[in-house]
Design a protein around this ligand. Structure first.
Ligand code: PBG
Length: 328
């Protein structure tokens, strides 16, 4: 036999062969599109650090949802920019909060028949201090108080479910919040509402542009006392185990590209539906390179998403959802 006896290139010779042996598929239905909802009407405010991403008033969000549905996108993840903020994050859990109003409007639209409506359950967009829980201040010292925050998170999730959320997605990283939210939902008659927990969420610099988009930067300190240290993979597995034991139906890993090892480890270990969040900074850095012509936009975007799927994510939360779905 002639050397080399194995010729891997035989199956790469044309697109139909390549398609036949392709191991990982990327489909519009695997993509979840985040939306930032703001007050007003006819508002489409561009987020300067995220080309193509906007703060949308509810009417505009409904239009966006209809487009997403027609592209076959799997679902939406809603974030809110409230009219005003306070210490108790009232805007997060009041029944006429911005996300609650958006959910009600989306439920009326035909898009909701095709899209899974997910609501991010967190307090940081709604607190005056920008932290994800309640703050206790003693002199110069401050702390994000775990247990008092749980009640507010549960209230938030319940009001989101009441407004029409198909899935609630806690992203705060307080201990015990999945159990608190499950109990709250069950007690309010929403035992069929699933919880997608951001089970392993790292304290990441890649959230930078989001904090402009959602106006949620902490006014002092940072989130390292509740989000995870980027060095810790074993701890991520414990976080997931705990959230599942508390009743999480699905888990979300975040960020995605710099943490693909975590996505793979979680996939190998837990037989539950799992997503990964390609966060704002991942989107912005790719766009910065697209704008300079340093990277090819379409090919790089799809390759980045495929990598996340290949690492084991069943679905991907991504600001590229519409752009990618148009190509798929
Ligand atoms: C809320 C939340 C954040 C993101 C999702 N939910 C911000 C943060 O934790 O600071 C980040 C998403 C992104 O960067 O795209 N806690």
């Amino acid at each position: 036999m002639s050397f080399p006896d194995v010729r891997m290139r035989r199956l790469r010779r044309n697109e139909s062969l390549r398609a036949l042996v392709r191991e990982t598929a990327l489909e519009p239905g695997d993509l979840i599109y985040p939306l930032f909802i703001c007050p007003g009407e006819g508002v489409r405010n561009p987020v300067s650090s995220m080309p193509g991403v906007f703060n949308l008033s509810i009417d505009e969000a409904v239009r966006e949802a209809e487009e997403a549905a027609s592209l076959g996108i799997g679902g939406l993840l809603l974030f809110g920019l409230p009219e005003s903020k306070d210490e108790e994050a009232t805007g997060a859990w009041s029944d006429d909060g911005i996300v609650q109003q958006a959910l009600q409007a989306l439920k009326q639209s035909s898009a909701s028949k095709k899209l899974v409506l997910m609501a991010d359950a967190c307090l940081c967009e709604y607190t005056s201090h920008g932290h994800c829980g309640v703050i206790k201040q003693t002199g110069e010292e401050w702390d994000v108080e775990n247990d008092p925050s749980l009640a507010l998170l549960a209230k938030t999730a319940v009001s989101q479910a009441r407004a029409g959320a198909d899935v609630v997605a806690p992203s705060d990283m307080m201990d015990g919040r999945v159990a608190a939210i499950r109990k709250g939902l069950d007690g309010a008659g929403f035992s069929n509402t699933p919880i997608l927990s951001y089970a392993s969420k790292f304290a990441s610099a890649f959230y930078g542009p989001f904090r402009e988009a959602a106006d949620s930067a902490p006014q002092f300190g940072d989130r390292r006392s509740y989000q995870m240290d980027g060095a810790n993979a074993r701890e991520a597995m414990r976080e997931i185990e705990l959230d599942l034991a508390e009743g999480a139906d699905m888990i979300l890993m975040k960020p995605a590209m710099p943490y693909l090892d975590i996505v793979r480890a979680a996939r190998d270990r837990f037989d539950v539906p799992m997503g990964a969040y390609q966060v704002s900074g991942e989107y912005s850095m790719l766009h910065a390179a697209f704008q300079r012509g340093w990277l090819d936009q379409n090919r790089t975007m799809l390759e980045s998403l495929l990598g996340i799927r290949r690492a084991g994510a069943d679905f991907i939360v991504t600001y590229f959802a519409k752009d990618a779905a148009k190509l798929l």
